[in-house]
Design a protein. Structure first.
Lengths: 181, 488, 118
């Protein structure tokens, strides 16, 4: 067994354990911290796959931004009502788990059947992880999606403004009654 | 890289560009206004921008289809869907104008999101690339989540936004997972490239079916096919009615356009495998939609289930999978835009009469023809068209779809579709019967309420919709020639 | 390739070592006393008057949300900066629409008062 495989198994095990921790913790804050661990191990896995840019993005956006946002949301909801485990129904958990396992089997079958076949050129695929390589792809092949992301971010920005605004005085629950045109 | 590449064929996205620049202008105007002034100006500006977008679409109509930056195409199908979405957008803005208390203050945000949703929907129809498709889906979905919760004073509106967002985000993850598997199968994110790779025996075909299954969840959620339809009635009922009117048409047109293009240009060689599951979904969707619509007491919920049933009808066209079927679907969506928005507009006008709630109970429609003869007549026309009674627009939509399906050898599916239309006639006509032939229960109370005239813009929307439904119905050939399918 | 990450490994070891020492040494060497005053969050500070886990105002959420949006925007600037030298004018022109959209968005949130705390 090579060192890199051992390393992968170790990090993968931590990642999997953290992912289990996210869904089984009773305290949302604990779930959030498990999620942070999971994101960090994913970043390490990306590095082992020579996807350096993705690893950096994972740390900056997910670990740095999204987990913070999740923590704010947990704080917003409040500390007392933090145990949501009672809200789950037994049958939905069973059905969900069964469907999840089926999905896992189907996808791993498809992916493995591919792996068994002789691969073309994996070495070439592994070249493209640096910011330069990502940049060349992004600004040549995927330039249109890149521009459209600006619009998506704009929607998110306006949406955050709308949802985050304080109620300004008037809160009468009546749509416009004036027929004053 | 040559900079000219960015400008060559950029005309493909001219309508989207016009709208995007328009959104920027709108936001700047919104920054400039003081307090509550100028919300009417913003509405007028939005309508002007959308009309410019329609002008831009007409301008590039009939050009030879070219692709822009490997991600968007301007063929007849894309333009037809664009037209449907832009029309729904204009009508939606006109309806929203005076509806909200919040729109005086938050008009800039509302109209910007509205226009951005239109841009995202139009992109769905033009996308020829999985990544563009996904980003387009997210642009309009995100905008609609927020728009459906815009009536914040109403708990149901917030509930609708919450439900729509949580389930929608979930559906999006399925969608993006499906995109990833298709990319793995075809080795490219371009539809035509995926098709070439798979048709020549390359790639990894074992990933195709799981990919389709996951994508189906995403698309099925957006167009509300039956196992994924649970959100539809709650969101349609809770969202502000003008937003419901816009999204019921816009989302369907956009998601079906993307679905058609993906299945018919990337995966036509797998048609034998995906046609049957989709046919079963179509049967389920029509039947469950129609049978549940029978039991609704709220007009908005009834229209929501009717929308589900119509999604089933349009899915029949995809099952057939021919060029003629896709143009039939474009025609169907075009007709659906007018009759459905028309029905919601009448609902808005009736909401005003019955005390400004965000919904109307069907029981209150009894005897409406006597009090509001014009509204009742318009509603009757929309209901007849929705149920597919000739010679109105809805009939020809159904007729063309069914015809294309029979020609493709799906006669049994069409038989089920026709049976379903018969069922649907019952609940559409029930509204007509209630309005014209029933007496209001407590006649005394109802009569005392003063008549609240509908706003000028909603009168305009009703008139336009009635005219469109009748004209399309009288001259179906003209429009069927104009609206193109894939590969035509 | 793996040797590129040697400094990172040393950094991680240093950080972990610092944590172990900072927590381990006092536990080993320091005197331990358990009484009410010792168990308070601030031994000689203000007496706590409520649970720390109370609900935060929605304003924090808005700020976090806006931060996240600009965070994602900045992510796209890294690869852009890396390839600007190779792609030259093309990359510059390609960045212009992206930037205009986001500057308009930024102006909008600024002028609409989303960045004001009160």
């Amino acid at each position: 067994m090579s060192w890199s495989l051992l390393f992968f198994l170790l990090v993968g095990a931590v990642s999997l354990a953290a992912a289990l921790g996210v869904v089984t913790s009773r305290q949302p804050v604990h779930s959030a911290l498990f999620l942070l661990t999971n994101f960090a191990t994913l970043a390490v896995l990306y590095i082992t796959l020579d996807a350096q840019f993705l690893a950096a993005a994972q740390v900056i956006v997910y670990a740095g931004g999204i987990v913070i946002l999740i923590l704010f949301v947990i704080m917003l909801i409040g500390g007392d009502t933090n145990d949501f485990s009672a809200a789950q129904r037994a049958w939905s958990r069973t059905v969900g788990m069964a469907l999840g396992i089926i999905l896992l089997l189907v996808i791993s079958y498809s992916a493995l059947s591919r792996m068994m076949a002789p691969s073309e050129d994996t070495a070439a695929l592994l070249q493209g992880g640096t910011p330069e390589a990502v940049g060349i792809e992004l600004f040549t092949k995927y330039i249109l999606p890149f521009e459209l992301v600006a619009l998506l971010l704009l929607v998110a920005l306006i949406g955050a403004l709308v949802l985050g605004r304080q109620q300004e005085g008037a809160s009468e629950g009546i749509p416009s009654v004036k027929a004053n045109e | 890289m040559d900079t000219a590449l960015l400008f060559d064929n950029a005309v493909v996205l001219l309508p989207e560009l016009v709208l995007a620049v328009g959104v920027m202008v709108l936001m700047m105007v919104d920054i400039g206004r003081r307090g509550q002034n100028g919300s009417q100006l913003l509405a007028g500006l939005s309508v002007a921008i959308l009309l410019l977008g329609i002008g831009a679409s007409v301008m590039i109509w009939g050009r030879a289809p070219v692709e822009y930056l490997d991600g968007a195409i301007s063929d007849g199908f894309a333009l037809s869907v664009r037209l449907v979405i832009l029309i729904a957008g204009v009508l939606g803005v006109l309806l929203s104008r005076n509806w909200f208390p919040a729109i005086e203050r938050q008009g800039g945000a509302f109209y910007s999101l509205h226009l951005l949703a239109v841009i995202g929907m139009m992109l769905m129809g033009t996308a020829t690339n999985l990544i563009v498709l996904f980003i387009a889906l997210e642009i309009f979905s995100l905008a609609l989540y927020i728009l459906s919760g815009f009536y914040r004073e109403n708990a149901r509106s917030i509930e609708a936004a919450m439900k729509y967002f949580l389930l929608g985000a979930f559906a999006s993850t399925f969608f993006v997972y499906g995109c990833a598997l298709l990319y793995g199968a075809g080795g490219s994110s371009k539809f035509t490239q995926i098709h070439e790779t798979l048709a020549t025996g390359g790639g990894n075909p074992s990933l195709v079916l799981p990919g389709i299954a996951l994508l189906l969840v995403g698309f099925g959620f957006k167009v509300s096919l039956v196992p994924f339809h649970m959100w539809t009635p709650d969101v349609y009922q809770g969202a502000p009615t003008p937003v419901t009117a816009f999204m019921s048409v816009g989302t369907k047109a956009a998601a079906f356009a993307g679905f058609f293009r993906l299945m018919m240009t990337a995966l036509p060689s797998f048609h034998d495998q995906w046609a049957m599951p989709l046919a079963i979904l179509a049967v389920l969707t029509m039947t469950v939609g129609n049978l549940t619509a029978l039991r609704q007491s709220s007009v908005k919920r009834m229209l929501a289930y009717s929308g589900i049933a119509h999604a089933g009808n349009i899915l029949i066209a995809l099952v057939a999978g021919t060029a003629a079927a896709s143009s039939a679907a474009a025609f169907y969506l075009f007709a659906y835009a007018f009759m459905n928005i028309g029905a919601f507009t009448v609902t808005i006008a009736l909401e005003r009469q019955y005390g400004n709630e965000n919904d109307v109970e069907q029981s209150r429609l009894a005897g409406a023809a006597e009090r509001f003869p014009v509204l009742a007549a318009a509603m009757a026309i929309f209901m007849l068209s929705l149920s597919g009674i000739p010679p109105l627009a809805g009939f020809f939509g159904k007729f063309l779809v069914f015809k294309a399906a029979v020609e493709a050898g799906w006669a049994w599916l069409v038989v089920i579709g026709v049976l379903n239309s018969a069922v649907s006639a019952y609940y559409y006509l029930r509204i007509v019967v209630a309005m014209y032939f029933q007496q209001p229960e407590q006649a005394g109370d109802e009569k005392e309420q003063p008549f609240v005239p509908a706003s000028r813009s909603s009168v305009f929307v009703v008139v336009v919709s009635v005219l469109a439904v009748v004209v399309i119905g009288l001259q179906p050939g003209l429009w069927a020639d104009l609206l193109r399918g894939l590969g035509q | 390739m793996a040797s590129d990450y040697l400094p990172l490994l040393i950094l991680i070891l240093l950080a972990a070592g610092f944590g172990v020492i900072a927590i381990g040494l006092p536990t080993l060497l320091g005197p331990r006393e358990r009484n009410n005053q010792k168990l308070e969050p601030y031994e000689s500070g203000i007496i706590p008057f409520s649970d720390a886990r109370r609900r935060f105002p929605v304003k924090y959420y808005l700020v976090a949300m806006l931060f996240l949006i600009f965070d994602i925007e900045v992510i796209f600037l890294y690869p852009w900066a890396a390839v600007l030298r190779d792609l030259r004018l093309f990359a510059l022109v390609a960045m212009i629409p992206f930037f205009i959209v986001l500057v308009v968005g930024f102006l909008y949130e600024w002028k609409k008062g989303a960045l004001d705390w009160d």
